[in-house]
Design a protein around this ligand. Structure first.
Ligand code: URA
Length: 248
């Protein structure tokens, strides 16, 4: 393989190139009605995300908010980083922020979060001692009038966003990860495996830590059959109890 000498460039060259990149991003940004402000807005971070300065959870949260690694940042209000103590032993991973999470900038504060909170209580887990995050950090939705309807992230979006999940994992170093739903399972394992095939067992993770897989709280919220919903909810709480015991 031949090696080419790279001519040295003045610092101004890189500055102009980075400005041009920001201009290109501005031009590519899509405008959508954002119910947060009820105005048409375009969200484009001023600069590309600084990927390297992430040695603290605060720095990581700022970098996530400025992420432009995939197009989802264009229409979301903000990037929603994980929340919880750095010393948390258990990390709960969901799919992506929903409408409320996107507005408030915190994971699991909407209807699915309320169900999760109640289930955590029942399982004897204190949310304040857990690290809660998502496989994808920006809300993906389809605008319908003033409403924003949740859309599932694609495998590509989950895989791109693993960049941030891995950084959260590296900083928190949880003993146990609980994946909530299929997107979370893909985000953590990098494989498309079914929840059914993983549920009920404890799995060792490459690079340390263990994993248990369960369903997403939204799955329980959507269930029309009340008897089945109650049984599924009980199984969900049982998974959380197993998590508590494993990390004790
Ligand atoms: N659903 C998720 O997966 N995560 C949230 O933060 C909220 C809803």
């Amino acid at each position: 393989m031949s090696v080419h000498a790279i001519p040295e460039r003045p610092a101004r060259y890189f500055l102009l190139r980075s400005r041009a990149r920001v201009e290109r991003m501005r031009a590519a940004a899509v405008s959508l009605a954002n119910p947060l402000t009820d105005t048409w807005r375009t969200r484009v971070p001023d600069e590309p995300a600084p990927d390297d300065d992430v040695t603290t959870l605060d720095a990581l949260a700022r970098a996530i908010d400025r992420c432009t690694r995939c197009p989802l940042y264009r229409n979301a209000t903000q990037g929603v980083a994980g929340e919880g103590p750095k010393a948390a032993r258990i990390m709960l991973v969901g799919e992506q922020p929903g409408d409320q999470e996107d507005r408030q900038g915190r994971p699991f504060v909407g209807p699915a979060g309320q169900l999760l909170d109640a289930a955590l209580d029942e399982a004897g887990l204190d949310r304040r001692r857990l690290f809660l995050t998502n496989a994808v950090k920006h809300f993906k939705f389809e605008p319908r009038g003033k409403r924003r309807l949740h859309q599932n992230p694609t495998i590509a979006e989950i895989d791109i966003c693993r960049w941030w999940l891995d950084k959260e994992r590296a900083l928190v170093e949880p003993e146990l990860i609980v994946t909530l739903g299929a997107s979370a399972l893909r985000g953590v394992t990098g494989r498309s495996v079914s929840i059914k095939s993983m549920r009920g067992a404890v799995h060792r993770l490459e690079g340390g830590g263990r994993l248990i897989a369960t369903v997403h709280p939204s799955f329980l919220l959507r269930m029309p059959d009340r008897t089945r919903a109650a049984a599924e909810r009980a199984a969900f709480v049982a998974d959380l109890i197993r998590a508590r015991k494993l990390a004790a």
